[in-house]
Ligand binder design. Structure first.
Ligand code: GRF
Length: 215
């Protein structure tokens, strides 16, 4: 059973998708939800699902988060709308075992300050006709870690940031659990190729080689 820790700052709809998927015979469980905001909707969702919650307002040097994650014996860490930069100590401790979901096709439309509606505004301003979520490994830089999975979502001519965000979010709710389940089945984070997961054959988490479009 893969023990998943989720870090979230907001409403937590991606967390909800994970909670709904990681139950019954699924090979993963959300064991703790950590937020920097005591009022985050994600914490309420965790409580409603009987999952432990923790609040760490300031990640500081990251040692507190690392200790917390270790105390819950987390195998995989998922950032689901976590708005703080993850300190290097956490990145190092969970190298290749920490994922983030971003609501655009990285490497475009990512980086510092690119979150929430700003992402979708930038996509619309660029004239791109395709957007969609990206799941990637977390490194010390915002949105720059190796890409694990992406899912294309069409941009409509009359889209507003709100309508585009809603269309992408629906797909996020499928993509993130799919990646977590694939990782849980493999025992490590994997690169997804076509509809099949390509496994490195190693029992320990391995690096992800390159970007792959997963449709
Ligand atoms: C999502 O759009 C995700 O891609 C981004 O933050 C948002 C979180 O939404 N990183 P929610 O809290 O899961 O509803």
């Amino acid at each position: 059973m893969m023990r998943v820790a989720v870090l979230a700052s907001g409403g937590g709809t991606n967390l909800q998708a994970l909670l709904d998927t990681c139950q019954g015979s699924a090979p993963a469980r959300v064991v703790v939800v950590i937020s920097n905001k005591a009022t985050a909707g994600a914490l309420e969702r965790a409580r409603a699902a009987g999952v432990a919650t923790e609040v760490l307002a300031d990640p500081g040097d990251g040692e507190g988060i690392v200790a917390l994650l270790r105390s819950y014996d987390a195998d995989l860490v998922v950032l689901a709308g976590y708005l703080k930069l993850v300190p290097e100590a956490v990145v190092k401790a969970f190298e290749n075992r920490m994922l983030n979901i971003h609501p655009a096709l990285l490497p475009s439309f990512g980086g510092p300050g690119m979150y929430g509606h700003r992402v979708h505004e930038a996509v619309l301003a660029s004239g791109a006709t395709i957007s969609g979520p990206t799941v990637h490994m977390v490194t010390a830089e915002y949105d720059r870690g190796p890409i694990v999975a992406q899912w294309p979502v069409p941009v409509a001519g009359d889209d507003t940031p709100e309508t585009l965000a809603a269309r992408v979010l629906e797909v996020e709710h499928q993509l993130l659990p799919a990646v977590v389940l694939a990782a849980a089945r493999a025992g490590h984070v994997v690169r997804l190729v076509g509809k099949e997961a390509a496994f490195g054959g190693s029992a320990t988490p391995g690096p992800v080689a390159d970007a792959t479009l997963w449709v």
